[in-house]
Every structure is written in structure tokens, then in C-alpha cells.
Design a protein around this ligand. Structure first.
Ligand code: URA
Length: 434
């Protein structure tokens, strides 16, 4: 393979052959394709795209660029969930234990937050002692015994993605649907799962701001998974405002635990039940959606979801007492209400800015090397369509640094738009693709 020939083929809008794609991904992984040629091909893909056939081979080559886990030791169909990310999205923390309690094992390899979006690993690490860096053997043991395990990416899983992602980041080729989809799916397929529920977020706090683009991403992800022989469903869900009320690591962990205790805000509960019911259907423990929803509700009511999380926390070195008593999670030194200065209806939320307001407090990272403060965050009291009166509390800031809290408040206020007119709240789920 001569990389310049592949670059020319794609530059001219022609198809790459299976052997060319496999040779390219292998060359990226072992370093024999230099960064400048890999970057040029990425740019050609950015402009010319990949056909379905090319994409399946590309994703498969990335999946097999490293280790693919063998979860045969764990009985039953293993089903994971992946969200494309947003603000206040703590669904994994309550969903995985409920699904595990209903008898479907959930092996979940997650990421960290960057910029306005949070990451599941950071939220879990708010639990004192919790380790997200387990060996693969230990990961499989925890999935077998607790029914779920949540860990971080290991070096030997889809290493081609790490190299390609780093190049995309510095060559402005991140925003390409085939490159995003193959990146996401290669990591998920390397987990050795049987099925996957995708939560593709759309709106002001999401990667995809428009429904058309979100639908294209969802279809592309679904296609890769299904052609790889997996059971996959994609939900397209709303990110035009934060999910739930809490933003920030300990705050979000607490809210997810509330859901497992039968409490929690309606939108978070609803999305958790819907995604979880789909996982039970894909896992084959239920045949009908109503039955699956009933099972999920029961696991919330009888405490079996909470028990599954406590078991997983204990097996991953964390303090299970913090699951039962969330006052043991880190708490910020100070809190302050943010009051409204008008009588009005909330008509629009720049959710990305709300996420940045939490990042400014220290809840998120501006760059990958930033250290986060698990205790700080924002509690939102208003949702789209709510009418407020002057002096109402629209949010509470939880903080450890006065200057940061001032900047965060400015940012938060600037993210909200008001009007005298009533507006209908957006739907929670736009579409479900199977
Ligand atoms: N998340 C990923 O894992 N990869 C992308 O390319 C974009 C988002």
C-alpha cells in the first residue's frame, strides 16, 4: 500500500478497497503511516465521505486494531449504552444498575468530560475510593458478580482510534459523521458486547445541534453496529436544556442515586426507563416494551438497582456507604442562589454555556490536563416553558472559589432567554431508530 495512492483515490471521490483500508488502519496503529499522510486521508474522508461498505471495513479495522474483549464467561447477552454527550447527562449511573438488576449484564467502558460536557468516569470518581482503572480480568469479574462494571478506556482497546482522534483534533476533521461514527463504534464493539442502545443527543448542549445531522449520525452508528452483527437501537433525545436538575460530578451522582431510590426529576427518570427497557428487549429478558418498562420500574421500587450499584462500587474499591447516604459525597464549601430579575417565561437555554458555567466553577476541564473539583456544580430550578416571578431562584451555585462563582453566574445568566409568551417544552425523545 502506498498511502499517497489511497489519498488520491479518496480525494477524487472514488472508493477504497477493503485491503487498502485495512492496510491504512494497520499502518496508523503501528506508526508506519506518517501523521502527514494519515491527516491528508482524514481530510479527504472529511470532504468525500465513506460508502456503507467502506465504513463497515474502516470501523471493523479500527475495532480490531487492538484487543477485542471476550465476555463469554459472563452468561447472557451483554448490552451497553452510549450517549453522544451533553450537560447533566448522568443516565449511565442509574441506568446500568437498573438494567443489571433486571438480569442483563452491562459492561460499560466510558470516557471523561471535556469542555462543556461531563464524563461518566468523573462522576463516578466523586464516590470516595472508586477506581475506574481496572484490569480487563477484574472488569469481567465485576460484570459477572455485580451485573455491571464501569471503567475507563484501556490502552489496548481500539488504539487506532486514539491515534486518529488526536490527528482529527489538530486538523479540524473531528466533525465528520463517518469519522465520528467509526470512532464511537470501534470502542464499543471492542467491548465484546452483543447489543447497544445509542442515545444521540440533539440541541444546544449537544455535539449535533440540528435534528437532521443527529439523524444522520444515528443512522450511521446503527448501520455500523448492525452490519457487525449486533443488536442496536438508536434514540435521538433532547439536549436543548440540561438533563435533570444537577450539573457537576458529585451533584449528578447524587441525582442518579436519587433515581435508584425512587426519586429524581421526571425527565431523567423517563429517559432512564425508556433506554433501559430497550436494553432489556435487546438482551432478550423481555419481549414487550410494556413488560420491560414494568421490570425497570420494579427494580427502582424494590431497591435492587440501588443494591447493584452498591455492589459495583464496593468491587471497584469505592465506599458503598456513599451510595446509601449521599451526604458522604464531596460537598462544596459554599452555595448561593441565582435569582431572577423579571417576571417571564424561559424560552431558550444555551445549554453549552450552562455546561461552561459549571466548568468555570471547576466541575469540568478546559483542557485534558485540568484537574476537576468533584464537589462543585449548578442546580437548575427552571426548565423550558416555566414561568418565573421576579426574585425566584433560577439556579443554585455550589462553589469553593468566590471569583469563579461570579464568572459562572454571569455565564449562566447569559445562557438563558426570556419572553412574555408561553412556549411548549421540547419533547424528550424525538425518534427511535431500529
Ligand atoms: N466521541 C468519540 O468517541 N469520537 C468522536 O469522534 C467524537 C465523539
Amino acid at each position: 500500500m502506498r498511502a499517497q495512492d489511497l489519498i488520491r483515490t479518496k480525494r477524487d471521490g472514488r472508493e477504497l478497497s477493503e485491503s487498502e483500508i485495512r492496510a491504512f488502519i494497520a499502518g496508523v496503529t503501528d506508526g508506519s503511516v506518517p501523521d502527514y499522510q494519515a491527516s491528508a486521508l482524514l481530510m479527504a474522508v472529511f470532504f468525500k465521505g465513506l460508502s456503507e461498505g467502506e465504513l463497515s471495513v474502516w470501523a471493523d479495522a479500527m475495532t480490531n486494531s487492538g484487543r477485542v474483549l471476550d465476555l463469554a464467561r459472563v452468561p447472557g447477552a451483554k448490552i451497553d449504552k452510549h450517549s453522544t454527550g451533553g450537560v447533566g447527562d448522568k443516565v449511565s449511573l442509574c441506568l446500568a444498575p437498573l438494567v443489571a438488576a433486571c438480569g442483563v449484564p452491562v459492561p460499560m467502558i466510558s470516557g471523561r468530560g471535556l469542555g462543556h460536557t461531563g464524563g461518566t468516569l468523573d462522576k463516578l470518581e466523586a464516590i470516595p475510593g472508586f477506581s475506574t482503572a481496572l484490569s480487563v480480568d477484574r472488569f469481567i469479574e465485576v460484570v459477572s458478580e455485580a451485573g455491571l462494571s464501569l471503567i475507563g478506556q484501556t490502552d489496548d482497546l481500539a488504539p487506532a482510534d486514539r491515534k486518529l482522534y488526536a490527528l482529527r483534533d489538530v486538523t479540524s476533521t473531528v466533525e465528520s459523521i463517518p469519522l465520528i461514527a467509526s470512532s464511537i463504534m470501534s470502542k464499543k464493539l471492542a467491548e465484546g458486547i452483543d447489543g447497544l442502545v445509542l442515545d444521540v443527543k440533539v440541541g444546544s448542549g449537544a455535539f449535533m445541534k440540528e435534528l437532521g445531522r443527529a439523524r444522520e449520525l444515528a443512522r450511521t452508528l446503527l448501520g455500523i453496529g448492525q452490519r457487525a452483527g449486533k443488536r442496536v437501537t438508536a434514540f435521538i433525545t433532547d439536549m436543548n436544556q440540561p438533563l435533570g436538575r444537577e450539573i457537576g460530578n458529585a451533584n449528578e451522582t447524587r441525582e442518579a442515586i436519587d433515581v435508584l431510590k425512587g426519586e429524581g426529576p421526571d425527565d431523567l427518570v423517563d429517559i432512564t426507563l425508556q433506554l433501559g427497557a430497550e436494553m432489556l428487549l435487546l438482551g432478550g429478558v423481555c419481549q414487550e416494551q410494556d413488560e420491560a418498562l414494568q421490570r425497570m420500574r420494579a427494580a427502582r421500587k424494590d431497591g435492587s438497582g440501588l443494591a447493584a450499584l452498591a455492589k459495583c462500587v464496593e468491587m471497584q474499591g469505592g465506599d458503598p456507604a456513599a451510595v446509601h447516604d449521599t451526604s458522604k459525597l464531596p460537598q462544596a464549601k459554599w452555595s448561593r442562589p441565582v435569582l431572577t430579575d423579571r417576571d417571564a417565561v424561559l424560552t431558550s437555554v444555551d445549554t453549552e454555556r450552562v455546561g461552561i458555567a459549571a466548568m468555570v466553577l471547576g466541575a469540568g476541564r478546559e483542557t485534558v490536563d485540568d484537574v476537576i473539583d468533584h464537589s462543585v456544580g449548578v442546580t437548575m430550578n427552571v426548565r423550558l416553558g416555566d414561568r418565573v416571578k421576579r426574585g425566584d431562584t433560577l439556579a443554585t451555585l455550589w462553589y469553593n472559589d468566590e471569583e469563579r462563582s461570579q464568572r459562572s453566574e454571569q455565564m449562566l445568566r447569559g445562557a438563558l432567554e426570556w419572553s412574555d409568551q408561553e412556549v411548549p417544552p421540547p419533547p424528550l425523545v424525538y425518534e427511535v431508530l431500529r
